[in-house]
Design a protein around this ligand. Structure first.
Ligand SMILES: C[S@@+](CC[C@H](N)C(=O)[O-])C[C@H]1O[C@@H](n2cnc3c(N)ncnc32)[C@H](O)[C@@H]1O
Length: 480
């Protein structure tokens, strides 16, 4: 980030716009929302600027800029077609210490004007540092669709209630919960639907009750963070992250996902790194219970889905035993996320009729399963924690009668920037894992390769070797 985003108070502040054409008019339209005192310098102003000057909405001087015009100015916009004149204006602004923006000339700008979603006083600013203005506009369009028109009114109403709420609910954590409920529950829904009186009645009920009730107990939300790409978080997961007091987080959850959380939420890392000392499951359970009993909203953030090889069931049971309210928010499990990331269809009509998720590792070594059943044709296996036991998986499936030419795909760090894909056949699985240098978290798929077009794209994009080992059959043509 080179350009630092801030919101500048321009009310009653002098702002200079140099130029009078359409681009200058666009800046003037934006600036007028702030209540700035706008002066336009333009030898031949366009009709919009001229009309605003006639109406007394801005000061217009029909001449070139001079150094004295910049004195005491808060911001300057240059919207001139003549490059030489624009450079002259920039020089004057810099000499006067006035931050300057030159329309469509990022290299000359001290500041950039973001794309804006305006629900005054709620304002969302979107910037790409000039790299992709079209993308900024697309994001703006999405946010315009997502943010209700009455959001600004809701924010203003909340501001007017702040004193009363602080009076009625003195404990900080309880007050924050009130506001979470205010913006995320029936009060906001009623307000945004235009039922302002009903919303006000709901607030009264909440505040009356707040004084009488004992401090509310905490709660735990078990949140599935998905395989790593923050865009794969669910809306619910995102909301939970933004309302957490404490986040208890696993090793596999990347920083980019933690960055989505409320900034002042405390973080407790309880990663189970292989081969390194890490908190035991009962210690983690105890942390969850302790934090919730202290009245906090605890988010237990886990890679993938909490209930798929995530020990979410054990945490749920411990919390239930302690009488702590728990909500579970599912996440995209690695087998599903990685398959989508590389274009591998997990089921295929008439060819792959079942999908089995299994672990390659047990607490005491390589995991055992009913390998004969797993080796039957028409099955798709997604093996978690399996790369360390690849030789074991390979030999057990071959002994169980699997076709040696059954396609296998290994996806490491799926959906993340370092994603790696390796393809081969079951008879060479152990060798494939070693040759491809798979060391990070990976899923082994037995039963399919990615769609060829996607495999090539993934390989090129990420500059990784995509290897096909001795598979002479077309993809998908395994014995069915
Ligand atoms: C303890 S399990 C947790 C699984 C998680 N609860 C889920 O639903 O995905 C950890 C294993 O999940 C798999 N895994 C998790 N994230 C992955 C990713 N981004 N790419 C590939 N495999 C991943 C790996 O097999 C890893 O060893």
């Amino acid at each position: 980030m080179r350009f630092f985003p801030i919101f500048l108070d321009l009310e009653h502040q002098p702002v200079l716009v140099i130029g009078g054409g359409e681009q200058a008019a666009q800046k003037v339209r934006l600036l007028r929302r702030t209540g700035a005192r706008i002066t336009v310098l333009a030898e031949e102003p366009g009709p919009e600027i001229a009309a605003l000057a006639t109406a007394g909405d801005l000061a217009l001087e029909r001449r070139r800029v001079a150094a004295r015009d910049l004195v005491g100015v808060r911001l300057a916009y240059v919207a001139l077609e003549d490059g030489g004149e624009a450079a002259r204006a920039v020089q004057m602004a810099r000499a006067a210490g006035v931050p300057v923006n030159v329309v469509d000339r990022q290299e000359l700008c001290d500041f950039l004007t973001p794309a804006i979603v305006d629900r005054d006083p709620v304002v969302v600013a979107i910037g790409t540092e000039g790299a992709a203005p079209v993308l900024a506009r697309r994001i703006k369009a999405q946010l315009e669709a997502m943010l209700p028109a009455r959001l600004g009114g809701l924010a203003r109403w909340a501001a007017s209630l702040r004193g009363r709420v602080a009076e009625a609910i003195r404990a900080g954590a309880a007050r924050r919960r009130f506001w979470d409920g205010f913006f995320d529950g029936p009060i906001a829904r009623a307000y945004l639907a235009g039922r302002h009186e009903a919303a006000a009645r709901l607030v009264e009920t909440e505040l009356d009750g707040a004084g009488a009730e004992p401090a509310p107990t905490g709660s735990v939300t078990l949140v599935g963070a998905g395989p790593g790409d923050p865009d794969l978080l669910t809306f619910k997961a995102m909301r939970a992250l933004q309302t957490a007091d404490v986040i208890v987080v696993d090793r596999l959850v990347p920083q980019a996902i933690l960055d989505c959380a409320r900034r002042d939420a405390a973080r407790i890392h309880v990663g189970k790194a292989p081969g390194k000392p890490s908190p035991s499951q009962s210690a983690i359970n105890a942390i969850l219970v302790r934090e919730a009993e202290a009245g906090k909203h605890v988010v237990r953030l886990k890679g993938g889905d909490p209930f798929v090889f995530g020990r979410g069931g054990e945490e749920l049971a411990a919390l239930a035993e302690a009488g702590i309210p728990v909500e579970v928010i599912p996440g995209i499990t690695a087998a599903i996320g990685c398959a989508a990331a590389v274009g591998l269809a997990l089921t295929e009509r008439e060819q792959r009729r079942s999908l089995t998720l299994l672990t390659g590792r047990a607490s005491d070594g390589p995991a055992e399963h009913d390998w004969q059943a797993l080796a039957r044709p028409g099955r798709m296996l997604a093996i978690y924690m399996g790369t360390g036991a690849a030789g074991h998986v390979q030999s057990r499936l071959l002994a169980g009668g699997i076709d040696p030419a059954t396609p296998v795909t290994v996806v490491e760090n799926g959906t993340l920037p370092g994603q790696k894909v390796a393809t081969g056949v079951i008879v060479g699985l152990a060798e494939l894992v070693i040759d491809a240098g798979i060391k990070g978290p990976a899923i082994i798929y037995v039963g399919a390769h990615p769609c060829p077009a996607r495999t090539a794209a993934a390989g090129e994009e990420r500059g990784r070797a995509v290897r096909a080992l001795a598979s002479s059959r077309p993809i998908g043509e395994q014995a069915a």
